[in-house]
Design a protein around this ligand. Structure first.
Ligand code: C5P
Length: 402
C-alpha cells in the first residue's frame, strides 16, 4: 500500500527515517513529505535515498504542480502518517489551514490519517493543543501517543515521539485492523430530521448529530466500511466511505432501506421525527387567524421496520437503536428493545444538561437482552467506542443466528 509520510519540524524527525524503513519492510511504498522546518533537522536526500522517490518538500518547486500533485497523491494514498507531528501542524490540520503541501494534502485526502505527536511536555498539555487533538480525534484521525522520558529539550515528561516500531505497528493496525468490524459494512444514521410545513418552516428537534458522527468515525477507525446517513446538521461529518444527506424521515427511511441490505450492523443514532405535517404547502403560510391547528401524521418507524424485516427473514444486521427519554429511561428503552426487535438500545436521559442533545458528553445506559449496563458520563467519542465494543461482541452471535 502507498503511505504518505509527513515529517514536520521536531527533533524526532530523525526517527522518521526508521519509520520509513519499517513501513517498507512491511511491503509498503512510502512517499515522504517534509515541511520546511523538518528539512532543518534532516536532509530531504536521506528520505529520497530510503524511499527511492522524490521527496516533496516545497509546494512551489517547479514540477511539484505539473499534475496538481497534492490532489493526485490525495486520491492514491492508503494512509497519511504524520511523524513527528508538531503542535503547529496539529493546529493547522484541526483548523483546516492548508498553507503548505502537507496541510493541503490532509484537507484533500479521504485516506485514514495517523498522527504521532511529539513536543515539549507543557506544549502537549496545553489547552489549545488538547482541543486541536480532540477535534482531530472526533473527525476520525488516529494517534500514536507520545511516550514519557527524557526529552531533547532537557525536560523529563510526556511528549517524546513514540518509537518507530510502535508507529509502524499502529500504521499496520490502521491499514489492516484485525477486529471483527474490519471490512464489514456499518450503517449509521445521525442528526435530526426536518419535516417541512411550508418553504420556510419545519418541525425538527435539537439533535446535533455528534453522537452518530462519533459512532461513524469510530467504526471507520476499526476498519468498517461506513455509510453515514445524516439529517440536517451544522457539523461536518467525519470522512467515511459514504455520506448520504437526507432531510425528512421518509427520505431517511428510503435511504436506510436502500443501504441496509448488505450491512452487518445498523446503528440508528438519528433523532427521527415521529410525526410530520400531514401536508406541506408550497407557498409560505401568512399569519391571519389567532390560532391555527397543525395536523401531524406518524412517520415510518425505521428501526421497527428493520427489526420486523429481520425477524421475517430470519437473518439480518445487528440492530442498535437509541432512546432519548426524560423519564423512566431504562424501562422505556427495554420496551423499545422488544417492540422494535433490536439487539441493543442506547438509552439517554435528555433532561440532564450534560448529556444528550447539543453537548459533547453523554451518559448512557446500554440495554440489551443480556441486561442493563449504565456507563459513566463521558465524551461522545468515548461513548461511541463503548457502544462499538458491545456491537463487536454482538456480531458473532448474530452470525450464528443467521
Ligand atoms: O420510539 P423512539 O423514537 O423513542 O425510538 C428511538 C429509536 O428509534 C432511535 O434509534 C431512532 O433512530 C429510531 N427511530 C426510527 N424511526 C422513527 C423514530 C425513531 O428509526 N420514525
Amino acid at each position: 500500500m502507498l503511505i504518505a509520510l509527513g515529517v514536520t519540524g521536531g527533533i524526532g524527525a530523525y526517527k522518521a527515517v526508521e519509520v520509513a524503513r519499517g513501513l517498507q519492510k512491511q511491503g509498503h511504498e512510502v512517499v515522504a513529505i517534509m515541511t520546511s522546518s523538518a528539512s532543518r533537522f534532516v536532509g530531504p536526500v536521506t528520505f529520497e535515498a530510503i524511499t527511492r522517490r522524490r521527496v516533496i518538500s516545497d509546494q512551489w518547486e517547479p514540477g511539484a504542480n505539473a499534475d496538481i500533485e497534492h490532489i493526485a497523491l490525495a486520491s492514491t494514498i492508503d494512509l497519511l502518517l504524520v511523524a513527528p507531528a508538531t503542535a503547529n501542524i496539529i493546529g493547522k490540520l484541526a483548523n483546516g489551514i492548508a498553507d503548505d503541501f502537507l496541510s493541503t494534502l490532509y484537507t484533500a485526502t479521504r485516506a485514514p490519517v495517523l498522527i504521532a505527536p511529539a513536543m515539549n511536555t507543557n506544549m502537549f498539555a496545553h489547552h489549545a493543543v488538547r482541543r486541536n487533538l480532540d477535534t482531530l480525534a472526533a473527525n476520525g484521525v488516529r494517534f500514536v501517543e507520545p511516550g514519557e522520558g527524557y526529552l531533547a529539550c532537557g525536560w523529563i515528561g510526556r511528549g517524546r515521539l513514540a518509537e518507530p516500531d510502535e508507529i509502524v505497528a499502529a500504521a499496520e493496525a490502521v491499514l489492516r485492523p484485525p477486529g471483527p468490524l474490519r471490512g464489514r459494512k456499518v450503517l449509521v444514521t445521525a442528526g435530526p430530521t426536518y419535516e417541512d410545513l411550508d418553504p420556510v418552516r419545519y418541525v425538527g428537534n435539537r439533535s446535533s448529530g455528534r453522537m452518530g458522527f462519533a459512532l461513524a468515525a469510530e467504526a471507520a477507525r476499526r476498519g468498517a466500511v461506513v455509510t453515514l446517513i445524516a439529517g440536517p446538521t451544522s457539523l461536518d461529518p467525519p470522512s467515511v466511505h459514504q455520506v448520504v444527506r437526507v432531510r425528512r424521515a421518509a427520505e431517511m427511511h428510503a435511504a436506510v432501506l436502500e443501504q441496509a441490505g448488505d450491512a452487518a450492523v445498523v446503528i440508528m443514532a438519528a433523532a427521527v421525527a415521529d410525526y410530520a405535517p400531514e401536508q406541506r404547502v408550497n407557498q409560505k403560510v401568512h399569519k391571519g387567524a389567532d390560532t391555527i391547528t397543525l395536523v401531524l401524521t406518524r412517520t415510518p418507524d425505521i428501526l421497527a421496520d428493520l427489526g420486523a424485516r429481520r425477524l421475517a427473514a430470519g437473518t439480518g444486521p445487528v440492530l442498535v437503536g437509541f432512546a432519548a427519554e426524560t423519564e423512566d429511561v431504562v424501562a422505556r428503552a427495554a420496551e423499545k428493545l422488544h417492540r422494535k426487535h433490536a439487539d441493543l438500545i442506547v438509552a439517554n436521559d435528555v433532561s440532564r444538561g450534560d448529556a444528550g442533545f447539543e453537548v459533547a458528553t453523554n451518559a448512557v445506559t446500554l440495554v440489551s437482552r443480556d441486561g442493563v449496563d449504565p456507563l459513566p458520563l463521558e465524551t461522545k467519542v468515548r461513548v461511541a467506542a463503548e457502544i462499538l465494543d458491545r456491537v463487536e461482541r454482538l456480531l458473532a452471535p448474530a452470525e450464528v443466528r443467521a
